[in-house]
Design a protein around this ligand. Structure first.
Ligand code: LLP
Length: 431
């Protein structure tokens, strides 16, 4: 099976982290998100331990919580002793509600509002990742009003294209995020930050993209960033404490996707970074990484019920389910290719070619096309794999569909992390 938490039981059902998915669908109803919280923990530990080994002992992962921002996951991160990346007051609030220490939060965003800054300062968020000069000035003023010296990182755009694997791609310089090294804007952001008495520049941040399977673009980014930092050191005698390399390590959604070893990738980036520091005689910084997808993606799967099967002779076969783009918009948005299977007969060969259609009144509401699943029957449970990241967090109420619950599966036992939304919940804020 695609990931080691997926197995087929002796009854032919799909098991997820030791739990029978068909029984869970019966118990909780569908659509249903499952989250293998043991896997989430395992990944936090893998990043935490490997990063200590690859970089410095105080290097650590920050969970990029936009992938799945729920209290249960912040709690796991807190218990596993890792920090988190947040991008809104909502994520800060959810983290704090979960008892996550605000000083271990890193606040991102290219368009933080004055209210965002006030809220985050008020909560005692540890680090702001400052995107631009306007934010820098605003934050400096607000920190001054409160009499605090706020720790910040500066977001740089290294100009690395993770998809074509070219070392430098000018296209990436026009990103909406951060200050480009190549245009000199990164340097002016640094100079401006140094003049802010209420801000303390602790280091820099860069993020080159998501779902990356090759280590080379990460090394290219390290190369660009350290060359820049060395220039800053020589010109301004400023040595950075922190280098945050962002997230982006890929996860397999299908058998055809490349296999990536997270540990090997981090170790490789570590040895590249050490070599580069040595070459430039630059002191080894404390390194942060911000994995989101690779912490939670394969810890999730979604269960649906097959509502009907439509065969259009000589054209297509549709399998229609009781969920779709409202709970998993990734195919509709990005044409992301996913894996689905019939959970009731998971051991049978996937010989039925079909388009899996969602229930929304929109022809683009699909989970995938040209998918191969076991021959479906009405009432079967369809499992869509690897939905832990960017599914619940990007879900919508389109067609007034209530958001499905998230059920945690740990050591074969199940418990509710997020309850199913009710019809009453849908109108609770409406007059
Ligand atoms: N750090 C920053 C600053 C980011 O913008 C992101 C993701 C991450 C870390 C985490 O990256 P990851 O490890 O998850 O690749 N909705 C899209 C993915 C958008 C990613 C946005 N930023 C999807 O469903 O594929």
């Amino acid at each position: 099976m695609l990931h080691s938490n997926l197995t087929v039981g002796s009854n032919g059902h799909l098991f997820f982290n030791g739990a029978d998915t068909v029984s869970l669908a019966e118990k909780y109803g569908t659509p249903l998100y499952l989250l293998d919280t043991d896997r989430v923990r395992e990944r936090c530990r893998l990043y935490r331990e490997t990063m200590k080994e690859a970089f410095t002992p105080d290097s650590e992962p920050l969970y990029a919580s936009k992938a799945l921002s729920v209290k249960g996951v912040y709690r796991i991160c807190r218990e596993e002793g890792i920090s988190a990346d947040v991008v809104s007051c909502g994520e800060i609030y959810t983290a704090v509600q979960a008892g996550f220490p605000a000083e271990k939060l890193y606040f991102h965003g290219n368009a933080k509002t004055g209210e965002d800054l006030d809220y985050a300062l008020g909560q005692g968020v540890g680090f702001f990742v400052v995107d631009n000069e306007t934010e820098l000035r605003r934050l400096n003023e607000k920190a001054g009003d409160r009499g605090v010296r706020q720790k910040i990182l500066l977001r740089l755009t290294p100009g690395v294209d993770p998809h074509t694997f070219e070392a430098v791609n000018t296209g990436k310089i026009d990103s909406k995020f951060g200050a480009a090294i190549a245009t000199g804007q990164a340097e002016s952001l640094f100079v401006c930050a140094q003049k802010c008495p209420n801000l303390s520049v602790m280091g820099i941040h860069c993020h080159i993209g998501s779902q990356i399977f090759d280590v080379k673009p990460f090394c290219d980014a390290v190369d660009m960033v350290l060359t820049f930092l060395n220039h800053i050191k020589e010109k301004y005698s400023f040595v950075t404490e922190i280098v945050n390399l962002g997230g982006g390590i890929g996860i397999r959604y299908r058998e055809e996707d490349p296999v990536i070893d997270i540990r090997e990738t981090i170790l490789h980036i570590g040895s590249f970074l050490k070599r580069k520091c040595c070459e430039l005689s630059y002191p080894m910084p404390r390194v942060l990484m911000e994995p989101g997808r690779s912490i939670v993606a394969d810890a999730g799967l979604t269960l649906y019920t097959v509502q009907n099967v439509k065969v259009i002779p000589e054209f297509k076969q549709y399998v229609a389910i009781d969920g779709g783009m409202a709970d998993n918009p990734r195919y509709a948005l990005y044409r992301s290719r996913l894996t689905a299977l019939i959970a009731d007969r998971a051991g049978e060969p996937p010989v039925f070619q079909c388009t899996v259609a969602g229930r929304c009144c929109e022809s683009g509401d699909l989970i995938g096309e040209e998918m191969f699943i076991q021959t479906p029957r009405i009432g079967d449970r369809l499992a869509v794999l690897v939905t832990g990241a960017y599914n619940f967090s990007m879900s919508s109420h389109y067609n007034a569909l209530p958001t499905p619950p998230i059920v945690a599966v740990s050591g074969g036992a199940d418990s509710i992390l997020v309850r199913r939304e009710s019809l009453e919940d849908l109108t609770i804020r409406q007059e």
